[in-house]
Design a protein. Structure first.
Length: 320
């Protein structure tokens, strides 16, 4: 049975899905974070390939029946970065199955394509690489692709230089707010109990040893965002302010790109990522801000897995 693999590798996890050539889904598998700008050890190919090989084993798929791998990886944006990631994936793929390495002396024979994870989400949304995609997950980015293929973006600079409106930004500010409340600078907040329960500690002072541990990465800070989202839904004012500010940051990203590139104003804005899907407060606040400035802006949610867009990179005839 021939099949194609689609990969979505972000700052929190990697997802791989396999489809038969008739478009029927075979199965999926989740693995570790793959963003090369935020993983602590190894590189993006490690997370991608480890997840792929576990999927093959779980569903009894034979490697030589695979007709191609499409991947979207967070933190990979330039042509050089995409080519480097594709080469690393190809190397691990061929090492794992020696007959493929012997068969494909020209490594380019076996189709492996890598692009940014925002682009596969856009492709999954409308089957074209033209339009606007706004992602607020572990990190954040708003990407626009012109009909000419030119790419423009706002954000996507990583958790040190950017990521406003993201899970990381919310998680970090949540932790800081807990400490400010502990010091008496801010009032008491439901966030304290949420965060202490998340880390299974008794007092906020114990958080210092946890968050400054060398094994704590971007994805671990982003995981704290769920504490803030839950507290916001429970009407905690400090949590609501954090989520509101983050949603406004994302809205400003979208509006800036939308205003700068008139060609893209004919396209719907696709929104994706865990902040949009897991928090009604975040989503509704962002959309309200957008429509207060651009009442006619069409905003749609991503209903297909980004892995679907990744698979289309190497097998565009699927799912027709």
């Amino acid at each position: 049975m021939q099949f194609v693999l689609g990969v979505d590798s972000g700052g929190t996890r990697t997802e791989v899905m396999a489809w038969q050539t008739d478009g029927q889904l075979i199965g999926s598998m989740h693995g570790a974070a793959g963003n090369p700008k935020s993983v602590l050890h190894g590189n993006e190919a490690d997370a991608v390939m480890d997840t792929i090989f576990r999927l093959l084993t779980a569903y009894g798929l034979e490697q030589h029946h695979c007709i191609g791998i499409g991947a979207g990886i967070a933190g990979v944006y330039t042509a050089e970065e995409c080519e480097r990631a594709a080469a690393a994936i190809r190397s691990r793929w061929c090492e794992h199955y020696e007959p493929i390495a012997r068969l494909h002396h020209d490594a380019a024979v076996f189709p492996i394509q890598v692009i940014n994870d925002a682009e596969i989400a856009l492709l999954a949304s409308n089957r074209t690489r033209h339009g606007i995609i706004a992602i607020a997950g572990t990190g954040s980015i708003v990407l626009g692709i012109m009909p000419s293929g030119e790419r423009v973006r706002i954000g996507g600079w990583g958790h040190i230089l950017g990521d406003q409106g993201s899970g990381y930004a919310i998680g970090l500010r949540c932790l800081q707010t807990v400490m400010l409340s502990y010091d008496g600078i801010l009032p008491s907040t439901r966030l304290t109990a949420e965060v202490l329960a998340h880390y299974s500690v008794d007092v906020p002072s114990q958080l210092r040893d946890i968050v400054y541990n060398l094994d704590i990465g971007k994805q671990h800070i982003a995981a704290v965002a769920h504490c803030c989202l839950h507290a916001a839904e429970q009407c905690d004012p400090l949590a609501q302010q954090i989520v509101t500010d983050a949603a406004h940051d994302m809205a400003r990203f979208i509006m800036t790109l939308y205003n700068q590139h008139k060609q893209l104003q004919q396209s719907a804005v696709t929104v994706s990522g865990s902040m949009f899907t897991r928090s009604d407060w975040y989503r509704n606040t962002c959309l309200h801000y957008l429509h207060s400035e651009y009442p006619d802006m069409q905003v749609v949610s991503l209903h297909q897995s980004p892995c679907y867009g990744a698979a289309l990179l190497v097998a565009p005839q699927l799912f027709l």
